[in-house]
Design a binder for this molecule. Structure first.
Ligand code: XMP
Length: 428
């Protein structure tokens, strides 16, 4: 703003990263009303404004930044150099609120209930008496989309849930319990057991990318077969949420369809006359709030992200039904113990994976040559970077003991301490 409006910006002699003391220079500024004369803010910069643009006044400074905030109230232009949106700027949320309410004059009447009503109405208008196909993965977004569409159009909504045999233990049953008959949602539920088909296609394949491709392709084929069997369906629904829209960088409904597992598009020859995306303007936390409003179980709403290719990317090397069983059982134990220890608070994502390492062990009097399970628990803000969580030793020991005792085919348990980068969160 300073540069564009005729001021000057230069590289500062001293950069400011982290907490900085913020001093108010204009307590009568709308943004800073009721803010103490001195507070703290979060800075992250090496530049500073050296000359104010005409018509502006300085409203705050820090020791190393003489113009940390400026404004031209007549033109309703306000600029902050610090980050008001982070928790490290305790007065920041208030500044944003005053900007939105008093400068922009927004009234703040938007509530989730009115969004829900609006969407129900607009879905009914768009769809009329037609049928809508939704690929349900059991993840948060597609589940909330299903619950919302069910409210709007009931049985006209057809939810296809593909079990590719790479789900976590009990997951297919959990999805069926919520969305299947008796689950409380009025919709047409079509579970597809495609386990054998996926296992056949994956037999002998060890390359991670090839595995992902195969899983993606098979998924499309299964979905396509289901859609054909269902006869012509007018609409396709997707649980696209706002970050997907931003990430894909397109704003049109004709954009590449993001299948629920992000490993390929849906078949081109499946034609739909319309796309229904009722979560498109929402952020993840809003999707969760909507899910609660719609009565989805908390367990489903707070679910960790689970990759579309599922356990396929948590089994290093060839996928076999035997390896799937091992990783499912080990993962279930890890989840149970995490819950028991109440230790998952810091971990944004945690799971058991199966290394391709087999090593020698001893059980009773006999020698074993079994697999090593890898435990992974990461703390992450955005899943782009991550660090391993310092899990309590007692928890790690308990998980290890239970896995080697209860899961046949495992004689070693390892904890992955690697961050991302250089490792990724998933093993493949
Ligand atoms: P990585 O392994 O790349 O994972 O560090 C980052 C996040 O993305 C998830 N992930 C996927 N999600 N389809 C998905 O929908 C995928 O193919 C996929 N691969 C990884 C992963 O679980 C983590 O949350």
């Amino acid at each position: 703003m300073a540069k564009l409006l005729g001021g000057r910006v230069e590289t500062a002699e001293t950069s400011e990263y982290g907490n900085a003391e913020l001093h108010m220079d204009a307590p009568n500024s709308v943004l800073f009303r009721n803010v103490p004369e001195t507070t703290v803010c979060w800075m992250s910069h090496r530049d500073r404004i050296s000359v104010l643009p005409p018509g502006f006044r300085v409203t705050a400074h820090t020791p190393h930044c003489p113009i940390a905030a400026m404004e031209n109230a007549a033109r309703k232009l306000y600029a902050l150099q610090f980050h008001p949106e982070v928790l490290h700027t305790p007065e920041g949320a208030g500044m944003l609120t005053r900007f939105v309410r008093e400068v922009c004059e927004c009234s703040g009447t938007w509530v989730m209930d009115s969004y829900l009503e609006e969407q129900i109405k607009s879905i009914r208008e768009q769809v009329g008496g037609g049928r809508v196909l939704l690929g349900l993965s059991g993840g948060v977004d597609s589940s909330v989309a299903a619950a919302l569409l069910s409210r709007a159009i009931g049985k006209q909504l057809v939810c296809v849930f593909v079990d590719h045999g790479l789900l976590r233990k009990g997951e297919a049953e959990q999805v069926a319990a919520v969305f299947g008959p008796g689950g409380g949602f009025d919709l047409t539920f079509r579970p597809v057991d495609a386990k054998e088909r996926f296992y056949r296609a994956l037999a002998g394949v060890t390359d991670p990318e090839q595995k992902r491709r195969i899983i993606g392709e098979q998924f499309i084929r299964v979905f396509e077969a289901e859609a054909k069997a269902l006869g012509s369906i007018e609409f396709l629904a997707q649980g696209t949420i706002y970050p997907d829209v931003v990430e894909s960088g397109t704003g049109s409904a004709g954009a590449v369809i993001k299948s629920h597992h992000n490993v390929g598009g849906l078949p081109k020859d499946l034609s739909f006359s319309g796309l229904v995306e009722p979560l498109r303007p929402l952020f993840k936390d809003e999707v969760r709030t909507l899910g609660r409003t719609l009565g989805l179980p908390e367990q489903l709403i707070n679910r960790q992200p689970f990759p579309g290719p599922g356990l396929g990317v948590r089994i290093v090397g060839e996928v076999t039904p035997e390896k799937v069983r091992i990783v499912q059982e080990a993962d279930a134990i890890f989840r149970e113990e995490m819950e028991r220890f109440g230790a998952d608070a810091g971990a944004g994502q945690f799971f058991a994976a199966l290394s391709n390492l087999r090593s020698v062990g001893v059980m009773g009097d006999s020698r074993t040559y079994d697999y090593a399970v890898v435990l992974r628990a990461v703390q992450t803000d955005d899943f782009m970077t991550a660090t391993a969580v310092r899990l309590p030793y007692a928890l790690l020991e308990s998980v290890t003991n239970r896995i080697v005792n209860e899961v046949q085919g495992v004689n070693r348990v390892l904890y992955d301490l690697t961050g991302k980068p250089p490792a990724t969160i998933e093993l493949e």
